[in-house]
Structures are given as C-alpha cells and as structure tokens.
Write a new protein. Structure first.
Length: 422
C-alpha cells in the first residue's frame, strides 16, 4: 500500500513538473517574440533616420515588414501572455510613426518644425519600447515568476521523494532517474530565467536613462510656447509693416484689429511659458496685460476708469485663449465706438466662478451703446461675429445687460453641467 502511494506521488510530481516546464517554455517563447518585435521597432527607427539623413527610401518596405512581424508574433501569442492590448497599441503607434515620417520628409532639415517632429517621433518610439518592456516585465512576474515558484516547491517535494527512493531503490529506480532528468532541465530553465532577468533589468535601466524626465518635458513645452509666441510676434510685425503701405482708413483699421487679435493669442503663449504650472495660467496678469496693450494700441486720450474685478486665479490655455480673444473684441469695440465726443469713460470687466464650476463674465462700457439693442444678436461686423463664435467655443450663453452703455454677460457652462441640464 505504501509503495503504491509512493508511486502515485512520483507520477503526480512528474506531471506537475512537466506542466510547469511547459508553462516556462511558453513564457520564454513570449519573451522571444517581444525581443523580436523590439528589434524590429529599433530597425524601423534606424530606417527613419537613414531616410531623412542619407536620402534613402526604405521606410515603406521596413514599415510593411514590421506590421507583418507584429501581426505574426503578437496576433495569437499576446492573448496567451495576458497582453491583449499590446498588439493594438503597437499598430496605432506604427500608424503614428508613419504619419510623422511622411511629415518629416517634407520639412527642411535643421528647421524648428523638423526638430519638433523628430522629438515627437522619438517620444512615440520610446513609448513603444516602454510598452514592450512592460509586457516583458508582466511575463517575467506573472508567468516565469509563478513557474519558478512552482518548480521550487516541486524541488522540495523531489528531495523528499529522493529520500524515500533510497528505501525503494529497486522499485523506483527508473522513476527517480526520470524525475532527476526533469529537475535538471528545470535548473537549466532557472539559469536561463536568471540570465533573461538580468538582460531585462539592463534594458529597463537603458530605457529609464533614455526616457525624457518630467522636467525635460516641461522645458520642451515651455520652449514650444516661447517659439509660438515669437512667431506670432513676427506675424504682428509683418502686418504692421504692411500697414505702412495702406492709405485707406478702413483698411488700416482692419489691419490694426488683426494685429490686436494676434497679440491677444501671443500673450497667452507668453504667459504660458512664464508660468510655473503649464496647465494653469494667471488670469489677472494676462487680462491686465491685454487691456494695457489695447489702451496703447488705440492711443486712448480720455480719462479712463477701469472697473476690473477678477476673482478667478488661473485658467487652462484652451479656455483662456478664446476668452482673451472675446475680451479683446469687446474692449476694442468700446474704444472704437463707445466714447466718441466724451472726455471720460468706464470699462467694466468682472470675472467670477459660478456655483457649478463655470465662469461668469461681465464685460463692456458705459458709453453710447447701441441704438437698438435687439439687433446685437444679428452681427453685422466681423467683431460682433467673432464674439458670438468665441462664446460658442466656450459653451457660453451671451446676453446684453439693460441700461446705459453696452455690457455683455457671458455664462460659461462646463460640459458636465450641460449634460446634467440636458
């Protein structure tokens, strides 16, 4: 009876060891697939550099080969390795890399646009390497790690088995030899696993060294905003140079309005790269600078009272840009039309937050206003049309307040509040 139990234990141990060995072989196969995919991505990046720097035309062929390799290596194996999203992510990255490569072929080498395109291309390549590294770590941790633990337990059982086998040497000699052979293979796989682990750690170290840090990304974004601001300033200067050749007062006025609008956008980028937090720009500083520039642009000579109450500290760029352009249009209209024949005037600018996280803006003047305020909703000028368009971009409702002058009230409603009201 004891001999039968011993034999049954031996057979069960062999079965579990074979299963663990098969699982480790499967996981090692997945690792080899990822290594081949990584080498293909590195070859694709080198082909991109060669096409740009040496004038070759190997990108399309290399891209097709990479697509085929990824489909072959990860199309079926990724699901077994619990990496169901890796294939799709890599295909999307290949599409993005192809688009960036084609764009880069049309850019002037060494130009600012080419440098930015190359930086973005490098970031996408780094992201694919990170995804492959993450997949490899997952296989190592959940696949090979568990297989190693299982083999360790089975090795302990084997020690007991070898001890008992000495009592049943004649009966179990063949079985013990077979188990010893399996364990020898397990040790070989363990050694291979250790070597693979060291290689993965080295690759991970190299990846961490080559990836951009958070500070480097912020510096790059600030540099981009700085260059955009400089480019917009160049546009302003070009328009101003063109006005020297214009004699018609109406055309000159249109040029000046264009200069002010470009200046409002340039000011947002200037405040962005000067801000410590790129996602939140100081609203008070921006609006004060905007009004000051408009006063200087329109050469205001009357006594101007500024009723400014800004209760919102910061806003993101995508909100502040249309908001600044809208305020630019309203204040410009006030300077052009509201104070004719007067020696004193008042500009009103109140900005606060609403209870549901939106914005409330009151902006206008105490000037002559419109003869018929019911016509303001049907814009007859580019400035009025821009006010309505920019309000739409902000998801804002616009109304004109009763009383003297022309005062707009805009309520910016967040997307979440719009869905709740709907």
């Amino acid at each position: 009876m004891f001999a039968c139990s011993f034999v049954a234990w031996d057979i069960a141990l062999m079965s579990r060891t074979s299963q663990a060995q098969a699982e480790i072989n499967t996981q090692l196969g997945h690792l080899e697939r990822l290594v081949r995919v990584e080498r293909a991505m590195e070859a694709l990046a080198l082909t991109h550099a060669a096409d740009l720097n040496e004038g070759t035309h190997n990108w399309a062929q290399r891209l097709a080969e990479t697509h085929a390799l990824i489909g072959e290596e990860l199309g079926n194996g990724a699901q077994a390795a619990n990496l169901t999203d890796l294939h799709q992510h890599l295909e999307k990255d290949l599409v993005a890399l192809d688009s960036l490569h084609r764009d880069a072929k049309h850019l002037v080498p060494g130009s600012q646009a080419a440098s930015i395109a190359e930086a973005v291309f490098g970031l996408v390549v780094q992201r694919t390497r990170s995804q492959l590294e993450t997949g490899a770590q997952l296989i190592r941790k959940e696949g090979l790690g568990q297989g190693t633990v299982a083999l360790g337990r089975q090795w302990g059982e084997a020690q007991w088995l070898l001890g008992l086998a000495s009592l049943f040497a004649l009966v179990c000699a063949a079985l013990v030899a077979y188990v010893a052979q399996l364990l020898s293979r397990a040790q070989e796989h363990s050694a291979l696993l250790a070597t693979t682990g060291r290689e993965l750690e080295q690759r991970n170290k190299e990846l961490r060294e080559t990836m951009l840090s958070k500070e480097e990304k912020e510096v790059m974004l600030k540099e981009i905003h700085h260059r955009v601001k400089n480019n917009l300033q160049i546009v302003r200067s070009l328009i101003r140079f063109q006005t020297d050749k214009v004699d018609d007062p109406r055309t000159l006025e249109l040029f000046n309005e264009c200069v002010n609008r470009v200046g409002a956008m340039a000011l947002v980028h200037e405040q962005t790269y000067m801000s410590k937090d790129l996602a939140n720009i100081d609203v008070r500083t921006y609006l004060n600078s905007l009004v000051r520039d408009l006063i200087s642009a329109y050469n205001i000579r009357l006594k101007l009272n500024l009723d400014v109450d800004i209760q919102v500290k910061t806003l993101p760029v995508d909100t502040l840009t249309p908001l600044g352009l809208l305020i630019n249009e309203v204040v410009s209209n006030s300077f052009k039309h509201a104070f004719k024949g007067r020696e004193e005037g008042r500009i009103i600018m109140h900005l606060s937050e609403t209870s549901f996280g939106g914005l409330l803006l009151r902006i206008g003047d105490d000037g002559v206003g419109l003869a018929d305020k019911g016509t303001w909703e049907k814009p007859g000028s580019l400035g009025m049309e821009l006010i309505h368009t920019l309000a739409g971009q902000l998801n804002a409702t616009v109304a004109v307040q009763p009383g003297p002058g022309m005062v707009y009230e805009l309520e910016v409603v967040p997307d979440a509040e719009i869905r709740r009201r709907a």
